[in-house]
Design a protein around this ligand. Structure first.
Ligand code: AMP
Length: 138
């Protein structure tokens, strides 16, 4: 299942670059290029499913397993004050990319983050450096 117009399917195919953290047969983890905080990254199924209402249960389970691995590595690498796992479905939930994904989102005390945050472009050099720090914890 591939959607040729989907940016995350293009990342899976290697047609669009990403700061890849980890992959296995079913899932891929990579850095978000508009990070709320350092270490903000995404875990996706390699197959295209738009939302939680579409994803196959075994794909959801595979994403959950990878998410636990990634969250642990981000936590070890960056030692944030806390971490949210966030997953949006539909425009009313502020889903902006229609390929199922879980945000691994480190938090800082007092950041007062609203769940529907406004994306701000990140510093690609810094994102790459943070990705290397996380990969060191697998
Ligand atoms: P959502 O708004 O919950 O659908 O989250 C989609 C996320 O994908 C946003 O946080 C974007 O910053 C992120 N994003 C969009 N395009 C890319 C890309 N090419 N590489 C990495 N992250 C991306």
């Amino acid at each position: 299942m591939v959607d040729p117009n989907c940016i995350f399917c293009k990342i899976v195919a290697g047609a669009v670059p990403s700061f890849k953290l980890y992959e296995n047969a079913e899932t891929l983890a990579f850095m978000d290029i508009n990070p709320v905080h350092d270490g903000h990254c995404l875990v996706i199924p390699k197959a295209h499913f738009a939302t939680v209402f579409d994803i196959a249960p075994e794909a959801f389970a595979a994403v959950a397993r990878t998410t636990a691995v990634i969250a642990t590595a981000v936590n070890a690498a960056l030692k944030p004050d806390g971490m949210n796992l966030i997953q949006a479905n539909g425009t009313g939930a502020a889903q902006s990319v229609g390929h199922f994904h879980i945000h691994v989102l480190p938090r800082q005390l007092g950041d007062n983050l609203l769940i529907n945050w406004a994306p701000r472009p990140g510093d690609m050099t810094q994102i790459g450096e943070v990705a290397a720090r996380i990969r060191a914890h697998f």
